[in-house]
Design a protein around this ligand. Structure first.
Ligand SMILES: Nc1ncnc2c1ncn2[C@@H]1O[C@H](COP(=O)(O)OP(=O)(O)OP(=O)(O)O)[C@@H](O)[C@H]1O
Ligand SMILES: O=P(O)(O)OC[C@H]1O[C@H](OP(=O)(O)OP(=O)(O)O)[C@H](O)[C@@H]1O
Ligand SMILES: O=C(O)c1cccnc1
Length: 477
């Protein structure tokens, strides 16, 4: 992971410089959370924690950085010395990657010297917002694909190299099975997959020769792109001819075809029929062309016989909902050993923050192990089997609710403590498996991609009281 120490907004540096001058010993506790879910979904798939940890482990300011900051002529010599000898000294708890998370739940909490916690804001949000956005989109797309393999094809349309590489990682967390992006495949141990481009077909005098040459080089698993000229009148018959030539020695040939334009339902139905009639039922059909969860759902509803999907631009850019506005908010400071909860009260009541150090619990029915709500509590609260809670959404006006007979599982884990990485799953397919497993416990109506049911996220009455007290106190000041 690159050193992202300088990937921060100027105001983080000016505040850190100020803390160095007037609040050197103060500690800060910051929470990362989301308020709104992309595509009117009901949850986000948490992703990017590993890259945050790799970044903080490698955080330093080199001579060039110090020289540049000095040239701005706004930072004290003391602060620049502090940066020169920067020793990362914060602790981080986080909800594991792949976990579905809901609005207002702290997905990551950073605690440490205010000077440091402040400097981390921008790159932490940059990493978590990006990867969680793409993992969430990938979950929608792979859910629509009904567990047929989805290959990530987006590198060429991603918004820059990092988005291609880390987007491919996030896409796998959200459910993709492979990527065409060789760098991401190499870095994260993801199967590399692909077919061929129109250029291969065009580079030969005719399509049949193009397929034959490809089959000579890749006889064990040839995948032909059949829409360069005419799918049904040229692509399909030529592919069948070459598959038959390949199987002349009596072996069952493995392979596939890809269709990348036109009405995919009609073309795949006719292609499937022709392949089956030619005795080639094992040949797989892959489709691509600006696919997303809506198109995929529509194709499968129409009964299109598709084995694999290749999905690029709409996935890697989360085109239908390209922003995840996760935020990093101060929840408390520690001054002279005393914890002081903090709150942001803005004109927009929806932006009211949750003060104090908190824990998030997922509540399950003990018999079915189905999750029915999450609760955010203050860290020292005991979550017993009887609990009075209120809606966590500050704009909703509802009465307190009694919850009983549940199993509560805390979602966050210590990830980085005493300069050491604690529990951190790094295998992307293990993370994908965790995601899949977690989703099986959520209500079916919450998983829907169109108009999903909102999943309840509550706060304890103690936390609600602290929030109200701090609002009143701050309005008085
Ligand atoms: N049966 C279908 N139902 C819903 N959407 C479909 C269906 N078949 C194709 N699509 C989608 O419709 C969109 C437009 O398809 P079309 O073939 O017109 O694309 P195009 O980009 O104009 O073609 P080309 O890639 O050849 O330039 C694509 O997103 C494609 O995936
Ligand atoms: O459509 P996506 O979901 O991004 O999938 C990847 C696209 O990339 C390739 O297209 P190419 O770059 O050759 O462009 P074209 O299909 O628009 O001609 C491929 O043939 C797919 O159409
Ligand atoms: O291998 C493929 O078929 C592929 C790879 C990237 C983009 N479009 C298609």
């Amino acid at each position: 992971m690159k050193n992202l120490a300088m990937l921060t907004d100027l105001y983080e540096f000016t505040m850190a410089n100020g803390y160095d001058a007037v609040a050197k010993d103060k500690q800060g506790i910051f929470d990362v959370f989301f308020r709104q879910i992309p595509d009117n979904g009901s949850f986000v798939i948490n992703a990017g924690v590993q890259q945050v940890i790799e970044t903080v482990q490698n955080l330093h300011f080199n001579d060039e950085d110090i020289k540049y900051l000095q040239s701005l002529q706004i930072f004290s010599a003391d602060f620049l010395d502090y940066l020169k000898d920067f020793q990362f000294n914060c602790s981080i708890t986080a909800i594991p990657e792949g976990t579905p998370v809901f609005p207002r739940e702290p997905v990551m909490t950073v605690r440490g010297p205010l000077i440091q916690t402040q400097l981390l804001e921008t790159f932490i949000l940059n990493i978590l917002n990006h990867q969680s956005l793409i993992a969430t989109k990938a979950r929608r797309i792979t859910f629509a694909a009904e567990h047929k393999p989805v290959m990530e094809f987006g590198a060429r349309r991603a918004q820059g190299p990092d988005s291609a590489v880390y987007g491919a990682r996030a896409a796998v967390i959200g459910g993709c099975t492979s990527t065409s992006n060789i760098l991401a495949a190499q870095m994260f141990d993801i199967p590399a997959a692909g077919t061929m481009a129109h250029a291969w077909v065009e580079s030969f005098p005719d399509e049949l020769t193009a397929f034959r040459k490809w089959a000579e080089i890749y006889p064990d698993n040839a995948s032909f792109l059949i829409d360069t000229y005419d799918v049904l009148n040229s692509g399909v018959p030529n592919a069948i001819t070459v598959f038959k030539e390949l199987s002349q020695n009596g072996q069952t040939v493995k392979g596939g075809i890809r269709i990348d334009s036109g009405d995919i339902t009609q073309l795949t139905k006719k292609t499937r029929q022709a392949l089956d009639e030619a005795g080639l039922p094992q040949i797989k059909i892959t489709v691509s062309n600006a696919l997303d969860e809506e198109v995929i759902q529509s194709l499968l509803n129409e009964g299109a016989p598709i084995d694999n999907f290749g999905v690029g631009e709409k996935l890697i850019t989360s085109a239908s909902s390209p922003v995840l506005s996760g935020v990093y908010k101060l929840a408390a400071v520690v001054e002279d050993g005393q914890l002081i909860p903090k709150i942001k009260v803005s004109a927009n009541r929806g932006k009211l923050t949750l003060p104090g150090i908190k824990k998030t619990y997922r509540l399950y029915y003990p018999q079915t192990h189905q999750a029915f709500a999450d609760v955010i509590a203050l860290e020292d609260e005991e979550i017993t089997n009887r609990l009075t809670v209120v809606d966590s959404n500050p704009v909703s006006i509802t009465k307190p609710i009694q919850l009983s007979d549940f199993e509560a599982v805390e979602l966050s884990q210590p990830i980085f403590l005493n300069k050491q990485v604690q529990q951190l799953e790094t295998d992307v397919f293990q993370i994908q498996q965790h995601c899949r497993e977690q989703l099986t416990h959520l209500p079916k109506a919450t998983l829907r991609i169109v108009n999903p049911d909102a999943y309840p996220v509550y706060i304890t009455t103690k936390l609600a009281q602290l929030q109200t007290d701090l609002v009143n106190q701050n309005l008085k000041n």
